[in-house]
Design a binder for this molecule. Structure first.
Ligand SMILES: *Cc1c(COP(=O)(O)O)cnc(C)c1O
Length: 422
């Protein structure tokens, strides 16, 4: 598309936007009484207005039914994890039996590592991206130590080439091949939280499998941001949270994907709980764990319904909008932002966009590396009503999300940002 740097043009794109009605389904935060420009859906997605309705329904059923709500609530609590399966399966490109909503992201990461990281004397290495989200780093480190492996030896963190900010796929594939005799697991953030790089899930998975290792992905920044095809791409497992692009509320429900090919592999080690036990016999409370087939067999606890209700409210909107349509708009929004930023006079003296310029290698986020006065600029745009994200030492992350952001938001941000640079 040929863009123009004008408000009129931004408004024209908004009029043509087939998803424009979704914005009104959300509560939009205000700064000093004025509607904020909210670009932190990558950190905490906005509240769907329907979240209150969904949560209230459960509060009413709890009030009216007490324990009977497990079977007689309008959405029976016993089966609550099932109500999100269809929407989650669409988002990650999986079968409903391959996805489940449960726990928190880091908990799920540990559960998956228990099953898919079983180092031997010869195969013990994990390959991941350098600068992974801290929680993932800590989880890897503790798992390695749990198996008596020195993280300095067992964990390979791939860095971009000198002078570059994101990893080249060829370098990732080469590192996997170079370590093929010792490699146990390859795990990347599908979309990197800091740089916004969308890694090549299929290629990385194929390379991991060629090397005889498992391939897993952290979808924290991919879920609801980019369409995924985990089943056909043969990914072994994935995990995610839902409070970022999935708008399911602070600390909201996380989830996991395990490929069908592992559904009946009951030899995989796992940490277990009663909610993963054979459903028809769960309440017999008998000795001897019998896992359910598929990812459901990794559940630990009964479902947190109030948090799950907000999750369902949001997932309903994703089903209505469709992840493919969201992605189409997302590409236009982010390309418009990129176009405007690059139209600023002498922009390369002020900042550099770290995120890949290739559309297929990024989601909606652009990470702007500030070359001078980064924090000052950030404080100025914050004062002017932009809610963005500052990452030490010098990066501003901007995430225009297709569900509720507009082209006008992007244009207004550009004007504020341009002013702040001077
Ligand atoms: C947001 C995020 C987390 C957060 O983990 P929680 O267990 O939800 O607190 C972990 N990893 C990545 C990559 C993230 O982006």
């Amino acid at each position: 598309m040929k863009y123009e740097p004008t408000l009129a043009f931004a408004r024209k794109l908004d009029t043509q936007d087939s998803l424009k009605t979704f914005r009104n389904q959300f509560h939009l935060p205000k700064v000093k009484g004025k509607q904020a420009i909210y670009f932190t859906g990558n950190s905490l997605g906005l509240q769907p207005k329907s979240a209150k309705v969904f949560i209230n329904q459960e509060l009413e059923d709890w009030a009216a039914l007490g324990v009977e709500g497990h079977t007689h609530a309008r959405r029976p609590w016993l089966y609550y994890h099932k109500f999100s399966k269809k929407a989650l399966a669409q988002l990650v490109g999986a079968k409903t039996s391959e996805v489940v909503s449960m726990n928190q992201l880091t908990v799920n990461l540990h559960l998956m590592l228990v099953s898919f990281y079983n180092p031997t004397k010869t195969r013990y290495k994990i390959i991941t991206e350098a600068g992974a989200f801290s929680s993932d780093q800590y989880a890897f480190e503790s798992q390695l130590k749990f198996h008596n492996i020195d993280p300095a030896v067992g964990l390979i963190e791939l860095k971009p080439r000198v002078g570059e900010f994101t990893l080249r796929t060829e370098d990732i594939l080469k590192a996997i091949d170079d370590n093929k005799n010792e490699l146990a697991l390859v795990m990347f953030g599908a979309v990197q939280y800091y740089t916004g790089q969308f890694f090549k899930v299929r290629e990385i998975t194929e390379a991991a499998h060629r090397a005889g290792a498992y391939a897993g992905f952290d979808l924290a920044h991919a879920m609801g941001n980019v369409p995924l095809q985990l089943h056909s791409e043969n990914v072994d497992f994935a995990i995610w949270c839902s409070y970022k692009y999935l708008n399911s509320g602070p600390g909201g429900m996380a989830g996991a994907f395990i490929h069908e090919k592992h559904a009946s592999n009951f030899k995989l080690p796992r940490f277990t709980g009663w909610w993963g036990h054979d459903e028809p016999n769960r309440f017999k409370m008998q000795k001897g764990f019998v896992p359910m087939k598929g990812v459901d067999g990794w559940q630990l606890s009964n479902y947190p319904v109030l948090s799950g209700a907000a999750h369902l409210a949001s997932l309903e909107l994703f089903e209505k909008a469709g992840i493919k349509n969201l992605r189409k708009k997302s590409i236009l929004l982010t390309c418009f932002l990129e176009y405007l930023l690059k139209s600023i006079d002498n922009h390369s003296q002020h900042f550099k966009i770290l995120t890949p310029g290739v559309v297929g290698e990024r989601g909606c986020q652009l990470s702007i590396l500030m070359k001078r006065d980064g924090k000052k600029v950030f404080n100025k745009i914050t004062k002017a009503g932009v809610i963005a994200d500052w990452r030490e030492p010098d990066v501003i992350r901007i995430a225009p999300v297709p569900m509720y952001n507009t082209f006008e938001d992007v244009f207004r941000f550009y004007e504020i940002f341009k002013q702040a640079l001077n």
